[in-house]
Design a protein around this ligand. Sequence first.
Ligand SMILES: [Zn+2]
Length: 282
Amino acid sequence: MKILTFDIEEWFHLLDNNLANTETSWETYEVRIHKNMERIYKILDETNTQATFFCLGWIAKKYPEIIKQIDQLGYEIGCHSDQHQLVYELSPALFKRDTEVAINRLEDILGKKIKSYRAPCFSFTSETPWAFEVLASLGITHDSSIFPSARIQGGYVNFPSKMPSILNCNGIHIKEIPITTTKFLGQNIVFSGGGYFRLFPYSFIHYWTKKQDFVMAYMHPRDLDADQPMINELSLSRKFKSYYGLNTAEAKFKKWLTDFKFTDIREFDKNFDWNNAKIINL
Ligand SMILES: [Zn+2]
């Protein structure tokens, strides 16, 4: 099965942009989220695709109409933190406070329980097993924050499963749905979302998608926004990652959703054999 997810945040929510890591700084940038959401709805409608939307609590506070619309269109909503900070830089208490605020904001709008979570920039590592206990204490049952490859922020390089697994953390269980990796030139690489999806030619993406038993895909509204402004202060490597392939991303993404059937976490959960899933003790 293949799952499609979006991390719903603004185009400037990049964690290595030091000019935009506080709520006050976010107010100085152009608002692009509404038209970027319309683009996503259109693509999903045209390709008859379901998806899970991990939304920032900040988006829920600032633009509650976006959260309402995602829900009204029948898509599943999960939590992507409130303030989009790196989890491994937070204490367990701060992480709990941030997550709780975000969940409350989303649940107040929706009137229903939030069950899924994704950390900002996949910033769970082997050093943050406590994060899963915090999530469980807030009623989260499914997590998709494990990025089993090296990255600038976070990355859980030696995560012992490519498939959805059950994490056991001091007797607390969380269903983990990790980001998909494939072997390329001897390395475990990610291809199913963000800058990686924009970087590789479609023939590679198609080949790697076809050979997987399971794919977890992740996109951001900015990954499909070819007209977004360039932030000049970013490092050269971040500029490359954030802007490469934007012009062709929308057409490529649409082709991907036409060639393969993706669904959301809710539907996946009903069909996946969790009884035989690997149990990983943290
Ligand atoms: Zn994010």
